[in-house]
Write a new protein. Sequence first.
Length: 521
Amino acid sequence: MLIELLRSITFLAALFVVGLGYWRVRLLPFTNAITDWAVGLFAVGSIAFMVFLWFNHVTFPLNLDLMESTILQHVTRLASGQYVYVAPTPEYVPLAYNPLFYVISLPLVKLFGVNLVSLRITAIVGMFGIGVMIFLIVRDQTHNTWWAVIGVGLFAAAYRVMDTFLDNAHSDGWFIFSALLGTYVISKNRSYVNNLLGVVILVASFWFKQHGVIFVIGGLAYLLWRDGWRPMIGYGLIVVLLGVAAYLFGGSAVFGPYFLYFTYQVPRHWTEVNLLTFYRYLRYILQSYPILAFFAALETVWTARSKYRRLTIWHFQFAAALATGVMGSLDPGSANNVYIPMGLWFIILGTIGLYNVTINVATVNRHHLASLAFITTFGVFLYIPATVIVSPQADEIYQEFISTLKNLNGQVYAPYIGQLNADYVFVPGAHWVALEDMVRGPGIDEQNHPTTRKLLEAVIQPDKPAYMILPYRLEGDPLIGFLTQYYVLDTDFGDRFKALATLPKRFSNGWPRYLYRYNLH
């Protein structure tokens, strides 16, 4: 209720700003300055708050997202010289992500140790890189620093819209940074070697996350359109060697024999096409980026129709970004992080499009409709800051949580945590997401699946007192709810460990709350 009220106030403030210009009140000479300062304040404030969140989140003792500790398991294996993609075991089940994020985390792991702090700093560097790219891109296209700052501010303000993902221990930030950087390098067109480098960086985006292949295709399509067929031999060779061949033949050799199984065979079973697929896609755009999406589309169509030869790689990659959103929607179990690339292109091209409308349509500038668009967009992104600030008691509560586990005098399985890197060892360590990834898909009954039962044999038939700790009631779990045959609720901790809750997302993980005890007689 509060957030709707704040958004309404923001929208009314935007209308008031526009009204100052429209009715030509006495303040008219100062209206431009007033609106520039108002929008700039939103932007700079959002950037400052984002930097604050980096420091606030980086040392959080448990998971900001439910998969962080499992991603840390992957990095731990790589750092110790073990394969990442191996046959699933009760102790470890690989996730379906490409491995480059694990690789680039290693320098900071050596510097700060094998922990979540190292991985989050790596992610934050990628997020910072995205902000730098937005600034450079918008400034290059508008020749105006103010508009570039607004673009970065919109990115920072969209933190909740982007599912609070980019400063978590995940590959998304580096995947998108690589896609932006590769595209930016190609856009400069300084030399053939420069363009080759841009293609290499685009291919790297695929090695961070499979969706990067769409930006590789977008980049190649633009180069073919701009440069013709002759230079494509070199570009194609890079894609074949560093992309196709390395993926098909090198991945298993370097990262483990189950590389192709987990990065290709597992995710290809998730695809589901129905009306809900496209409903989710369109609803997300209309709820999160209505104005920026309109101006991004307008900028692309306008350029294509009036100045066809002036189409840039950013327009081509806009189509690629839209396609990544569709690709993400085909997996109904995906989080909203799949829409981050699309959202970034809405921000970049939407800001550029709004700038071009402002300088080409006098009425827009005179009536301050650009200010209305920006302030309203900041209003759409608005959220209560406290929802993404972690508790100052998190470290203390974490120690209490570990102490509680140690006092149970038995094995504990925490499916929504997976495995901790230190302090306590869960038995088994297989994470819920990794288990579900292997069995989910259209028409598949996940409950009591044979693959799940096999990997959870130590939970089903423990040789010592056994417990489970979950954020939700076991009986409602779509994957492991069958374990109610073996476990009964022992303790509801209520809000005792709430300070350890994950950040709000499409699929929020809550906090360790329900303790179940093995009770089969």
